[in-house]
Design a protein around this ligand. Sequence first.
Ligand code: HEM
Length: 492
Amino acid sequence: MPSRLETDPSASSPAALRGMHTLPGPPGLPIFGNMLQAEPMRFHQTAERWSERYGNLFRIKMGNKQVLVVADAEVIGRVLRDRPAPFGRGVRLRQIAAEMGITGLFTANTEVWQRQRPMVMSAFAPNNIRRYFPALVAVTQRLETRWRRAARAGTAIDLQADLMRYTVDVTAGLAFGAAMNTLESDDNVIQQHLNAIFPMVGQRLLAPLPYWRWFKLARDRSLDRHLVEVHRAVAGFIDAARARLRADPERLENPDNLIEAMIAARDAPGSALTDQDVAGNVLTMLLAGEDTTANTLAWLLHLLSDQPAVREQLHAESARVLGPESVATEFALAGALTFAEACTHEAMRLKPVAPFLLLEAYEDAEVAGIRVPRGAMVMLLTRRAATDGRNFAEPLRFHPERWLEDEELSGRSSAPKRASMPFGGGPRLCPGRYLALLEIKMVVSMLFRNFEIDSVATADGSPVEERLPFTMEPVGLRMKLRERAQSVPPPG
Ligand code: HEM
């Protein structure tokens, strides 16, 4: 029996199911299908243009793989909710990631995922994040110091690079208990090696043949060198955590963070977890927590660059909530930054770092009355759904207030808001979302409390391009800041 995800009641009998070949879609080439028609780094934009032409349900072919493309929010929500089966991450992604030693929760198949998900979820639960909060404050203060120095020197900030230092320092602190400080280091930081991984995953995903298994080009050899450094760092985190557990065996019962919880689970009698599971998840957290949050922040600051009134509101909110402090020093304060959070939701609606999700049918399935055979892919165009005029008025306008409208008073349901799914949905919804939102609010409130933004733009002032090495990033953003006159008011 195919798993069923129909929206159309007439699709209830298997005879009523339509094959994917009956759907419209761009004509393709023999062997390659539509694979060569999209520039890999801009695949999302091509798919979105196809959707303008062929609608909310169409088909493409990537090599010999059939792909059902969905741009309707309700159908996307159903596909996501119906996991862990019949849809999971693509087998090809799993293989490519495994070859690089990335065998964590993100790429896990259903069985492994079921084992690992609760452990990861508890590490990112709000209570754990609350306990980690003082360290988050310290990392935010380091970013403030770095940006103060740049403002005083009048130098332009390489926005993504600085934000990635921030997000890696935070993830390593929360998930691995490691006091990492790349924000205050100008040496060979781990980000340089991490940054080499995603573009190669993206390239290999779209390569017509897995040539690297037979011979290596210069870029593959360079990747191998970066992987050696990254795995060395991962082994360092694990060794340090093992040393802490040896020194204080009680932590095995009450692990302090994700890495300790994973080692405790790995060492428990009869455990099915392996050393590789632990290492793979450490690397997964580093990768999943770095680009996503940093790029979301970079997009948000870019969108704000032509919104002076919104910037003023952000300044007013952070001055009110932070009071005399230059960063939010109490967990509860972050909860009061409601306008900063609304701006974040709006940025993620327009510039989601995952503008689509790509899943594979692990068994015969059905989506909206279409038969999806085992092995076929389903591409969920989440940004198309989030910018659909049926779900949001003036869908392309940056309008954060839409996230603050009182639904009960206005009598409108929140269903349209659910059409924006930047963190995915259903059982595999992003476990890092609380942390990510908190990091973003910490940075935004620190920034608007202490600085005025002179500019957030490319070096030559050309329009900012969207590039998709794996997560969608803005290319080449530089930020210039000025310190606010009364940055930190005198006490009293
Ligand atoms: C703004 C920041 C972030 C965005 C937009 C984001 C987005 C996403 C998306 C779209 C997914 C796929 C969800 C699905 O399949 O339904 C995902 C999964 C995941 N994310 Fe995030 N993420 C962010 C931050 C983080 C952080 C900070 C971490 C951890 C440090 C993290 C860890 C993960 C993991 C482990 C998964 C796999 C979950 C699973 O398959 O069960 N993410 N994220």
